[in-house]
Design a protein around this ligand. Sequence first.
Ligand SMILES: [Zn+2]
Length: 465
Amino acid sequence: MTMTRLRSLAYDVVTRRDGLAGWKPHRRRFRTLSRSGPREIERHALDALRRLLVHAYATAPYYRETWKAAGFVPSLTTTVEDLRRLPLVTKRELRERKMDFVSERFDPAALRLDYTGGTTGVQTAFYRDTGCSVARFGRQWGVLERCGYRPGDKRALIWGAHADLRPPDATGRLKQRFRQFGCAEAVACCTVMRREEMLDYHRRLQAFRPSVLYGYPNAIEQFARFIDREGLARVRVARVICTAETLRPSQRALFQERFGGEVFNLYCSREHGCVGFECERHDGFHVDAGSVLVEILRSGRAAHPGESGEIVTTDLLNYGMPLIRYATGDLAMPSSSPCGCGCALPTFSALHGRVADTLYRADGTPVAGLMLTDLFWEQPSITDAQFVQSDIASLDVHVVLQPGAPATIREDIVNEVRSIMGTQIAIRVRVVADIPRNPTSGKYQEVVCAVPAQTLAALASEGIL
Ligand SMILES: [Zn+2]
């Protein structure tokens, strides 16, 4: 028996312990759908949508109320065009009326709290029913398989402070080692990337010899540049899989060159998990139409090919807390023609997702900007936040507050930010009426690094970066 097969068996045990037993049939379903023709895919997706809409209307107070007001009653003949009459669900509504989204058919205590696709360090209160978690997990393995990554393949992960990365407690060490073996992972936490930690990670990878490098593009770039700067041995992999942040063309080229692997980009949302994935043609994203419906909207109508619009997702699997027409805030363009790879799953192109620069602690240690973007998710009085760093010793936090925010809000913000940026940095909280958006894209950049390039170069030459 090969080590890969052994690890794959251990992985089965680990996923059973995680309550995800039964995920493999969902991978098969994904495989089947991805090989189906366009008509069959469309029919499958429409059936799933109708079932979900009927369920949501009957059992989730938020939908019952808002759809009644819009004069909409879903049925088994509803079409995707009918959806256009329905209001979008925004992040704010989800935060303020969370429990109204939960289906009355489910006991909230039996629903799983999800950690938003693993891209954030903040535990966001977000619910999924168990069936949805298992199905999503299985289908995501189907997607990863398309990118050449299967259970048992060794993966080097450059990730945030996710619940998965908890250090083992003394009693759980053996279980933890088994998990590490089954998951075949070498993990580096990219929240704060110190020199010693990166050196240690590089050393571990030399022994571990991963076949997949997986993580945030900005953190992978930091690691690639670190290897160059320190003159360390190359890390070679077969695949580099990027997620959570926008992957720039220059980063794709850099990763291909430095790690030797084919670079795949995934588009994952906090609420849904994997929404879009690249095929071997790397020309836009395919959508798993069996798990999510993607609309690309411009002023309320479907955007035309070549026109950019907001990505709005409907989760077809989550019956515990249906999320229908959720405005992601990310932008994309519909594709003008089917993908040349032969897979008929729908596609979209030119994603302009979250843009989060790397920031720096006062001692120069890089911090993944993405770790800050979800910091205030559980703070109902903060509507929007933007982090701007112009020099290494300080950070400006611009916030839009709800009326009636608590008197301690500034102090709370400073404490939250310090938990990630360290205690040495000066934090200036500025309450603003609005955060200016990019006039062309309509998005605002949540994390902006405006530290002069000379300062960064000087830090690098001192060996701090
Ligand atoms: Zn394709």
